[in-house]
Design a protein around this ligand. Structure first.
Ligand SMILES: [Zn+2]
Ligand SMILES: [Zn+2]
Length: 118
């Protein structure tokens, strides 16, 4: 026996924050990982790049072991350091046109490792 509709309502809630702004107006701004869409409250670490791009520690961990196979040249740039796709080893494409290169990923790994030592 299945209950098709009832349990889908919560799972399909908007993630834009528009419809939730009433509940959140007393809270500080919510930052969201540009790669997995998780909010800062849901992740251990959120690293900010220039221009309002963010990547969380979980994505850094996942991407650091990601595929290194050759990529199709699409003229993309890293959203964190601004390097072009062909200038870097690998460029991971995130949500909303946000990308991160393998150099920035390893830099973020260092930041996370540094902060965990304290
Ligand atoms: Zn993430
Ligand atoms: Zn980069």
């Amino acid at each position: 026996m299945q209950y098709p509709c009832i349990f889908n309502i919560q799972a399909t809630q908007s993630q834009t924050g528009e419809t939730n702004s009433m509940m959140r107006k007393s809270r500080r701004q919510i930052y969201i990982c540009s790669f997995c869409g998780k909010q800062q409250d849901q992740v251990q670490r959120l690293i900010a790049g220039p221009g309002g791009v963010y990547v969380c520690g979980e994505c850094i961990a996942a991407l650091s072991t990601g595929p290194e196979e050759p990529q199709e040249e699409r003229g993309l740039r890293c959203s964190f350091c601004g390097k072009k796709q062909r200038q870097v080893q690998h460029l991971t494409v995130g949500l909303n046109g946000v990308n991160i290169c393998s150099e920035c990923i390893s830099l973020c790994q260092e930041i996370i490792a540094e902060q965990q030592r304290h």
